[in-house]
Design a protein around this ligand. Structure first.
Ligand SMILES: [Zn+2]
Length: 683
């Protein structure tokens, strides 16, 4: 729960339907190219940095140095994920840079796809499945490509010849049985021996590793350290030792550059706490002291609302089969001013929304406060969080810190926005919506989706109250509590998105935005989200199930008046809303009921609602939807091109900082190669 939220595939975006900030007026969305590249099972998107112009020069400098601290660290994750990754990557990049023949040669194109996949996954194992993928070009072609590179441009070990390098790399790249999986989670196997990850020495067994940490951890420690988070465990002369990632230790060359840039950034910190935090981070990179790691997390959490914020360390442990070691990552982000204003307006009117909710009077709070929900815009990501990215940051991970000091949670608004914009070009809109409904969705879905999410988070979850003596929903509604709570928050959003109050508050231009949200919501809940399920599966995931429950309940209960009409055209099913006002009324009725279920802890009613409307899948419709979706041939995974902040210098001083958004993935990756490569090939 404490982890980052991950996202795969475009359909999820519709699910979340959140994104931030209106398009900047200067940059009309149709002029901005959201999808930059497409290969294998991936697409590469670009994102915009809205609000950067509103930053002061000091803030821009701060963002610039944090970006540098991020990009200098970016090769660490390659080495952490597999010991040969940097050797393969550097050899491939050198071969690519030296290639002079026809760019449309089929074997060259296959070579290029392999290189792009390595960049996408930070190594030769798939970023999501962690399985090794293979080049599709021939070994002969690969050999020829490497032979064409001058020796001094190749990552040769001391005394190693080019032929020896080729002989070493070919099986690593082409043999599917060698280091086949980066993270093996099969409980019947020795997950340390079977995983190709470079977090452990090659000969270590799971038993040895577990014994090592069992001895280290203190029994019943209320504040346990994150043992292993910043080191590699190896055996030296028969004894297990941690090789710590720190200055003078493992990855020292990159860490030196990170420290250098954090030091340059520190004077421009946006709060005093942040200045203190950066000082601790520098010290942490110098010492690797785990106690200091926890202390720095505490200071970071206490810095609740800085204009600019960032992560830069060894953080998430998904890449370690036993979940101890952290992959290096950095995310740099700044407040989304536009969205912050909007959320504030909602929070300030929280009592109005409570008073006007269609709840039974006894289920309304006398005094309600809006829940804090933060949206930021990313300016740089690197390491474990790039090119494939989370859409939120929710840290720190240590449970005791979360319990004692809380956590910080933000949504990466401009990333979500890019997903959302890109999804409009993929053909799902024209595939799943009737022609007459498409224009309004196209025009308003971004702004409406954001508004819905804001209502869901700021107003929805905080609304309503339990009746006296009723236990908390996890005790009364048990396994249905999170589905019903999501349904309740969704309904608050749906009920209010059509309310004139939003236009009155200046939050929406017109009620048409609400109609567009109804259109996309109903189609998603009844049909489109089925693309995420395999045939025969029921709807189980909480958000999906909530959506399915609401859409099906309204469809069935509005049938007599034909509120939502099922239309079949040329063998394709669509759902069309005939009466938005009546649909809003249905949402209101259901909201009242779901609130009653929660307020009274009515388990049986909650169960019946979810089991009847939410979980079942119409198999015939599911088959149809999967077939239609497959024909769109959309890539399931997305990566991102990062903006590049470029300082303008005068007399050795930074006088301004400009944002550029590189056009091509290849261009950016080769730029990184030429400018931020500092680690030894083997660490
Ligand atoms: Zn929610």
């Amino acid at each position: 729960m404490s982890k980052l939220k991950f996202i795969m595939g475009l359909s999820v975006i519709v699910a979340l339907s959140a994104c931030t900030g209106e398009q900047t007026k200067k940059d009309a969305p149709e002029e901005f190219k959201w999808v930059a590249d497409r290969f294998a099972d991936c697409q590469i998107l670009r994102y915009q940095v809205e609000g950067f112009d509103q930053m002061t020069l000091d803030q821009k400098k701060f963002l610039y140095y944090l970006q540098e601290a991020a990009y200098w660290g970016r090769e660490i994750i390659y080495d952490q994920q597999y010991r040969h990754n940097l050797c393969v990557k550097r050899t491939m990049e050198a071969a690519y840079a030296n290639y002079k023949d026809a760019k449309d040669d089929p074997e060259f194109l296959q070579f290029e796809v392999y290189l792009k996949r390595i960049w996408m996954s930070n190594g030769i194992h798939h970023h999501y499945s962690t399985e090794k993928f293979l080049p599709e070009c021939s070994q002969e072609f690969m050999t020829k490509m490497i032979q064409n590179v001058p020796d001094e441009q190749l990552p040769l070990n001391e005394g190693e010849t080019k032929e020896q390098l080729i002989a070493k790399l070919l099986p690593i790249m082409f043999d599917p049985t060698i280091d086949a999986k980066r993270v093996c989670l099969d409980p019947t196997k020795d997950v340390i021996l079977e995983s190709a990850t470079n977090y452990y020495g090659e000969d270590l067994t799971q038993k040895e590793v577990e014994d090592f940490y069992e001895k280290m951890a203190k029994k019943n420690d209320p504040q346990p350290l994150s043992y292993g988070i910043n080191s590699k465990l190896v055996k030296e002369n028969g004894v297990l030792v941690e090789k710590v990632y720190k200055l003078g230790g493992m990855y020292s060359a990159a860490i030196e550059k990170i420290i250098e840039n954090l030091t340059l950034a520190q004077p421009f910190a946006t709060t005093e706490k942040q200045k203190e935090y950066i000082g601790m981070m520098i010290e942490l990179y110098k010492t690797g002291d785990l106690k200091l790691f926890d202390e720095s997390c505490v200071v970071w959490v206490q810095d609740t609302d800085p204009v600019i914020d960032f992560t830069n360390y060894f953080i998430e442990n998904y890449g370690d089969p036993i979940g101890k070691r952290g992959g290096w990552q950095s995310v740099v982000y700044m407040k989304d001013f536009e969205m912050t204003k909007r959320l504030q307006a909602l929070a300030e009117n929280a009592q109005w929304f409570e008073d006007n909710a269609p709840f039974m009077p006894e289920h309304k709070k006398k005094e309600v406060k809006g829940i804090s929900y933060k949206v930021v815009n990313v300016t740089a990501e690197a390491g474990d969080n790039s090119p494939s990215t989370a859409i939120g940051v929710n840290l720190p991970n240590a449970d005791w810190i979360r319990a004692e000091y809380g956590s910080k949670s933000v949504s990466l608004g401009n990333i979500e926005n890019a997903y959302d914009e890109a999804s409009k070009t993929g053909g799902t809109l024209s595939e799943f919506f009737l022609p007459e409904d498409q224009a309004m969705i196209k025009q308003y879905s971004s702004v409406a989706g954001k508004m819905h999410t804001a209502l869901h988070e700021v107003i929805g979850h905080g609304s309503g109250q339990l009746e006296a003596g009723v236990a908390s929903p996890d005790a009364t509604l048990k396994n249905y509590s999170s589905i019903l709570e999501e349904a309740r928050a969704e309904l608050v959003g749906l009920y209010y998105i059509m309310d004139p109050k939003l236009v009155e508050l200046g939050l929406l231009e017109t009620n048409d935005a609400g109609k567009a949200e109804y259109d996309s919501y109903i189609t998603n809940g009844l049909m489109r989200q089925l693309t995420r399920l395999q045939l025969g599966q029921n709807v189980e995931q909480a958000h999906m199930c909530a959506r399915s429950t609401l859409a099906h309940w309204c469809y069935e209960n509005g049938k007599a008046e034909n509120v939502i009409e099922k239309v079949v055209k040329e063998g394709k099913t669509y759902f069309h809303i005939n009466d938005y006002a009546k649909l809003r009324n249905l949402f209101g009725q259901l909201l009242k009921e779901v609130q009653r279920i929660k307020s009274q802890g009515d388990f049986e009613a909650g169960k019946a609602l979810v089991e009847t409307y939410g979980k079942p899948v119409d198999r015939v419709l599911h088959e149809e939807v999967l077939e239609r979706y497959a024909q769109l041939n959309l890539p399931p995974y997305s990566g991102f091109i990062q903006p590049q902040l470029v300082p303008e210098m005068k007399d050795g001083q930074i006088v301004d900082v400009k944002v550029t958004i590189p056009e091509s993935f290849v261009e950016q990756m080769m730029f990184y190669r030429n400018n931020y490569s500092v680690l030894p090939t083997y660490n």
